[in-house]
Design a binder for this molecule. Structure first.
Ligand code: HEM
Length: 421
């Protein structure tokens, strides 16, 4: 046990399944299925709740009786809340009216028009990255493509200077490595997360000070909102960091998990390539099948009686396990099957209710462009190694590396044959 503060058997008692079981990271779904069948509304001996059925997870996300605790009321020893609410100025952790105000300022910047405008950049960036790696027989798709693409996009969105990007990437990694409940993330990783936040804050403050001149990037837009008195400086800085950390790791994992799912289901990959009209349902199915984040955290703001007779008392904490809800057979027929033509898809991968992902359209667009680019240019792509390493996190579902063989040898490997649309 290297990265947990609780023993394996203890984890099972606390969560209803054992995330330290070697098989769990490789395939958590049978573990979720067992809990969903046996105790879908599970109360941990520590007092928090863990929901694995679609109906309760959707309720937690959509019902205003669930929200976030007051950060001043959360103690550093709090096993769940302290680990999640890493930044009080992230509007993702706020309740209305502050959440509504800040979300409203950012929303225009992630509108369909803006996403459409970013598409050529994403396509070109995907092509450039593939130009570099498809010349090799084997490469790590996560490091050289799935991470680099969305990282570049979020840097573009905020107009982060090229020279600063490696340092910014390091802070983002340190931050993300420390997000999670105290039961699985060590105090040292929480401290590392907090140091990264402080460095990020200083960085965005200096960048924002240089953005008062007319410019059209998102940071300039936020800086103007601050000057107009619509948000405080702390909120501006928190929002920059939130967009940064929410925007790229998730998309990296969506691309990585989707490529893996398609490589493991050659019949579905063949349909993906042969039937472009399927693209809409295909992306939704890939989002459902192996979601990039598996849990959301909330607290009950008042007593909430559930249909099955349990009552979540005001102040009690809840983990909604969307990884389990997405495979709930009550909602999705034959839920363990990847079916790119699935139509009645009610996945919770982008959350729901007032906190529903603000970057969903951007994430979907990047995944579409990325998957088309990868498989059209390397239709014979294959897994190079069967031993897959997943990120050590309860919340995040994503691969550390994904080594693939391009399958085409000789001088023509990876040359562009047709444009990616
Ligand atoms: C494609 C992969 C993505 C996935 C799977 C994803 C997932 C999610 C989920 C589940 C939530 C809600 C969390 C909760 O309610 O507990 C969320 C919120 C959010 N996401 Fe995403 N996200 C993705 C991409 C992005 C991108 C590209 C951006 C921005 C550049 C972004 C920005 C945000 C923001 C700002 C929120 C907070 C919204 C609010 O609290 O009102 N996300 N995301």
């Amino acid at each position: 046990m290297t990265d947990s503060t609780v023993s394996p058997s203890g984890m099972s008692v606390l969560l209803g399944f054992d995330p330290l079981d070697p098989g769990f990271r490789a395939d958590p779904y049978p573990h979720y299925a067992r809990l969903r069948a046996e105790q879908p509304v599970f109360r941990s001996p520590l007092g928090f709740w863990l929901f694995t059925r679609h109906r309760e997870c959707a309720l937690v996300l959509r019902d205003p009786r669930f929200g976030y605790p007051d950060p001043d009321a959360v103690s550093g020893d709090d096993l769940i809340a302290a680990g999640f609410a890493g930044q009080r100025n992230f509007f993702i952790f706020m309740n209305p009216p502050d959440h509504t105000r800040l979300r409203g300022i950012v929303r225009a910047w992630l509108s369909p028009r803006v996403i459409h405008g970013l598409r050529p950049y994403v396509r070109e960036a995907a092509e450039r990255l593939l130009d570099q790696v498809l010349a090799r027989e084997e490469f790590d798709l996560i490091g050289s493509f799935a991470h680099a693409l969305p990282f570049g996009v979020v840097c573009e969105l905020l107009d982060i200077p090229e020279d600063d990007r490696p340092q910014v990437m390091k802070w983002a990694q340190d931050y993300l490595g420390g997000v999670g409940p105290v039961i699985e993330v060590t105090p040292e990783r929480h401290r590392q997360r907090d140091r990264a936040l402080a460095a990020f804050t200083r960085y965005f403050r200096s960048l924002s000070e240089r953005r008062r001149a007319p410019a059209t990037d998102l940071l300039t837009h936020l800086t103007r909102a601050m000057v107009d008195g619509r948000m405080s400086e702390d909120e501006l800085l928190g929002t920059c960091i939130l967009l940064f950390v929410a925007g790229h790791g998730t998309t990296t994992n969506l691309i990585g998990n989707s490529v893996l799912a398609l490589l493991r289901h050659p019949d579905q990959l063949a349909r993906f390539l042969a039937e472009p009209d399927l693209e809409g349902t295909a992306i939704e199915e890939l989002l459902r099948y192996d979601a990039p984040t598996h849990m959301s955290f909330r607290v009950a703001l008042e007593d909430v009686p559930l249909d099955d007779g349990h009552v979540v008392r005001a102040g009690e904490q809840v983990l909604a396990v969307r990884g389990a809800a997405n495979r709930d057979p009550e909602v999705h027929a034959d839920p363990d099957r990847l079916d790119l033509a699935r139509t009645d898809n009610r996945h919770l991968t982008f959350g729901g209710g007032i906190h529903v992902c603000l970057g969903a359209a951007l994430g979907r667009m990047q995944a579409r462009v990325a998957l088309r680019a990868v498989f059209e240019r390397a239709p014979n792509l294959a897994l190079a190694r069967q031993d897959l390493r997943y990120k050590k996190s309860l919340l995040v579902r994503g691969l550390e590396e994904l080594h693939v063989r391009t399958g085409v040898k000789g001088p023509k490997t990876g040359t562009r044959t047709r444009p990616v649309t």
